[in-house]
Design a protein around this ligand. Structure first.
Ligand code: SF4
Length: 201
């Protein structure tokens, strides 16, 4: 019975991987908003086809734009350290952003850009089926929940899925926030493990 469940899960995971691959190709050639004009590479996101934890940041920065991969710059190093401290392996989580192309000068994405790109994040959530989505920072929180104020909202879970926390770039600016980010990631891990145990019963 367990092996039937495992092969079913593996089958679903491979379907999701294929669909994510098509979605990534669509994102890489997308011209739905003006951010396509200045990008070097779009950054769809990366991680397993099925991941229990989905991390969502604001937008790619300069290093990410050059590499076509999320969180590879200084904020990425901080994120890696925080994941490590929370006992999470980066290869097991899916990492994405609200907008997939770098806003010039790393400015905050505009409302119309977020609107244009939102369907991609929605599709990623549907395909990946995470147990918890960490909204890192105000831009991700506003885009998904339409609320702002990450300092007061952090650590809270909305709709039994979305956990609000700080963006790693905020930790770069203020090292005192690292403890909070690690504690939120730990809460995300515990929530994901709890949901997984429940589904396996
Ligand atoms: S930011 Fe999103 S909507 Fe705009 S061009 Fe890039 S992928 Fe397309």
């Amino acid at each position: 019975m367990k092996s039937d469940q495992n092969s079913e899960r593996e089958g679903r995971s491979s379907e999701s991987r294929d669909s994510l691959k098509s979605l990534n190709e669509e994102i890489r050639s997308c011209t739905r908003c003006h951010l396509a004009d200045d990008r070097t590479k779009a950054v769809p996101g990366e991680g397993p086809g099925r991941a229990d934890i989905l991390l969502v940041g604001e937008a790619p920065g300069r290093d990410e734009d050059l590499a076509g991969r999320p969180f590879v710059g200084r904020a990425g190093s901080i994120l890696d350290r925080c994941l490590n401290d929370a006992g999470i392996d980066r290869s097991e989580v899916f990492i994405a952003n609200v907008v997939k192309c770098r806003p010039p000068g790393n400015r905050r994405p505009k409302k119309d850009e977020v609107e244009a790109c939102r369907p991609y994040l929605k599709s990623q959530i549907e395909l990946i089926q995470p147990k918890v989505v960490c909204l890192m920072g105000n831009a991700a929180t506003k885009a998904i929940l339409d609320v702002e104020g990450v300092t007061s909202l952090r650590g809270q879970v909305f709709k039994d899925l979305f956990l609000v926390t700080f963006h790693p770039a905020a930790v770069l600016r203020n090292g005192n926030l690292k403890e909070d980010l690690v504690s939120d990631l730990l809460a995300a891990r515990e929530k994901a493990e709890g949901s997984r145990a429940l589904h396996q019963k």
